[in-house]
Design a protein around this ligand. Structure first.
Ligand code: ADP
Length: 610
């Protein structure tokens, strides 16, 4: 219920539509019911059940007043006139005309009110989607493990969709259907209070049964959305690894995994459908049982003339009562749907409510310039249980290049991730210019850093925008300058539309080296004082590696760099080489010193030379 109300608060800014909606919906209901209310006079006249005295009173028109009495009187007045002048046939025509008109009006008002509601629905979903997207892009890096990525995608797409389909669409039910039931019951009471009291006794039974079913639905719905998340994860892995899957002829394998998850999803959904589809027919069935009961009991009273109802009144009563069945069916269906929406809503709010693990301190120090050094002081780090870094001490003086080398899984990337605060150390501190980096404003800290990783991340936009990333008002000459330094200008000029070429489009397929040089151009353009290069050349063939290496060399000039390298040849000139193994620094020094030492570095270096 809390989740439901919270989703409704998203509709608050659009409250201005609400009075209009209620106005039009009420008119729609009234004109919709009018048809059936008209049946009584029709029966009366056509089947000659008229009370002459009563008719006489309608012969004179009533003075206008804004009341139900006036409406009835005027309607009957014209009816009697039609009957007087044109006989039964005339009455019939008159009644038919009024029925057609009222149905037309009822539908026009239904249309207007539904369009108003659609506006609210669309806006609510838009805001919800934006909120979850903003939150997801703000979350700390540790949140985005592969397993979570699919789940996250699924929440942003499927769960939001589910909320739209169920909760927001059922907003209609919140007013229109209950109002229809209430208005119908008011008319029913007017026709026969005794019968109506009787039927009201059945309501709690229906309510109880429906709520029992829907309670069980929510658990199913949560499982179903989780399973959908896993399906998206598998899809994501398959699509990004399609090369490997084909190369290893692993289609069967991946297809089996996918098949299992899809089957489990189907199972949950069938179980859900069993309960979900029960609500509406059950409520309709119970409704018809009540109708049959009224027919039997009320019909008996009428036949024995013990009732306050005439035969025509009784018919009208029954027909009007059947009009309650549909809204109750819709309400039960909605209540059962809403359970699914609430399960999805909870999954969405779980993300929106995740507190960011990395936050700005209060008060935060502005970091204007990088002046002295980056320092790791006895840094310990673990992602979950095991220590990944065990007491790392490191100092990078301004203007120097430090290389991290060592076996994979040793903790090099983790060290690099601590500098821009993608993670915070579990113990110990990382300091810049003597100050714990946790006391700087995060945006300031990252402003001073440029990062180039192994996989060059480009966005589906122009070359220009990819280089001037996040700065739409950048000058063309600055972008070209950056591209030149990154050895990218020449090939960019060869592209169909030069700097305005869209990167994602067909026909603009870039090689790994070209993509990498674009990423480097992006880093050059940002002009950071601190650089973090993670395996930046390891995925390239030797020719493009040379171009990329030169580009990197240009980029690193007069900056402070932390370089992670697999190929030791690329970092021989580093000011200090740090060998990391199992979370500890085991050797450090210049290339020459380390070769001299005859340790792990020398071993690795020999392996690579052969
Ligand atoms: P390297 O860069 O030297 O290859 P990493 O810093 O990537 O090493 O990894 C160090 C250790 O931390 C490895 O054992 C790796 O499995 C683990 N690790 C890396 N990233 C994560 C993560 N996001 N969650 C849990 N463990 C991780």
């Amino acid at each position: 219920m809390k989740t439901y109300l919270r989703i409704l608060t998203y509709a608050k800014p659009y409250g201005k539509y609400l009075p209009r909606y209620i106005f039009f919906a009420t008119l729609a209901i009234i004109f919709g019911l009018l048809n059936y209310a008209l049946l009584k006079p029709l029966f009366d006249i056509v089947f000659e059940q008229v009370d002459l005295e009563q008719i006489a009173q309608y012969r004179a028109p009533m003075e206008f007043s804004f009341s139900v009495d006036y409406l009835f009187h005027t309607f009957n007045h014209f009816l009697v006139q039609a009957s007087d002048t044109q006989g039964k046939m005339g009455t019939l025509k008159y009644v038919c005309l009024v029925i057609v008109l009222s149905v037309l009006l009822s539908n026009v008002f239904t249309y207007i009110s539904n369009v108003l509601l659609a506006k609210i629905r669309v806006k609510v979903i838009e805001k919800l989607r934006m909120d979850i997207f903003d939150k997801a892009s703000e979350l700390h890096l540790g949140y985005f493990t592969t397993e979570r990525k699919g789940d996250l995608l699924s929440r942003i797409t499927n769960d939001v969709q589910e909320v739209e389909n169920t909760i927001v669409s059922t907003l209609k039910v919140a007013f229109r259907e209950p109002a229809t039931i209430i208005i119908t019951f008011i008319i029913l009471f007017a026709l026969s209070a005794k019968l109506t009291f009787l039927t009201l006794l059945f309501l709690p039974i229906t309510g109880f049964l429906i709520s029992e079913i829907t309670k069980r639905l929510k658990k199913n719905a949560t499982e179903s959305q989780e399973s959908l998340g896993r399906i998206v994860t598998i899809l994501d892995e398959t699509l990004s690894g399609i090369r490997i899957i084909k190369a290893f002829s692993a289609r069967n394998y991946i297809s089996q995994i996918f098949g299992r998850e899809v089957a489990s999803y189907s199972g949950i959904n069938i179980s859900m459908a069993r309960k979900n589809e029960l609500a509406a027919p059950l409520s309709q069935f119970l409704g018809v049982v009540v109708v049959a009961g009224i027919l039997l009991y009320g019909g008996n009273l009428v036949l024995n003339q013990e009732s306050d109802l005439s035969a025509s009144g009784f018919f009208t009563y029954i027909i009007l009562f059947t009009q309650v069945l549909n809204p109750s069916k819709v309400i039960s269906q909605a209540i059962s749907n809403i359970q699914r929406g609430i399960a999805s809503g909870e999954r969405i709010f779980a993300i929106i409510d995740t507190p960011p693990a990395i936050t700005d301190p209060e008060p935060a120090i502005a970091m204007k310039e990088f002046e002295e050094s980056i320092e790791f002081k006895d840094v310990w780090f673990s992602y979950d249980k095991e220590w990944v870094l065990k007491g790392v001490n490191l100092r990078i003086e301004k203007g120097k290049t430090i290389a991290l080398v060592g076996p994979s899984g040793g903790g090099k990337s983790t060290i690099a991730d601590l500098v821009p605060r993608f993670y915070d150390p579990t113990k110990g501190t990382v300091r810049i210019d003597g100050e714990d980096i946790r006391s700087y404003k995060i945006a300031d800290l990252r402003q001073h850093m440029g990062i180039v990783t192994q996989e060059s991340i480009l966005f589906n936009d122009t070359v220009f925008k990819n280089i001037a990333f996040g700065k739409p008002d950048a000058k063309m000459e600055d972008v070209i300058q950056a591209a030149k330094i990154a050895n990218a200008h020449a090939f960019i000029e060869q592209l169909e539309n030069g700097y305005e070429t869209m990167i994602g489009e067909r026909g603009t397929r870039l090689s790994g080296g070209q993509r990498q040089r674009l990423s480097i151009a992006r880093a050059v353009f940002k002009n950071p004082s601190i650089l973090i290069l993670d395996e930046a050349t390891s995925a390239l063939d030797s020719e493009s590696e040379k171009l990329v290496q030169d580009a990197l060399f240009n980029l690193m000039k007069s900056r402070t760099s932390l370089v992670i390298a697999h190929r030791l040849s690329t970092i021989q000139h580093a000011d200090e080489i740090i060998v990391v193994e199992k979370g500890e620094i085991i050797e450090r020094g210049s290339h020459a010193e380390l070769i001299e030492r005859d340790g792990l570095y020398k071993k690795l270096s020999q392996i690579q030379q052969n």
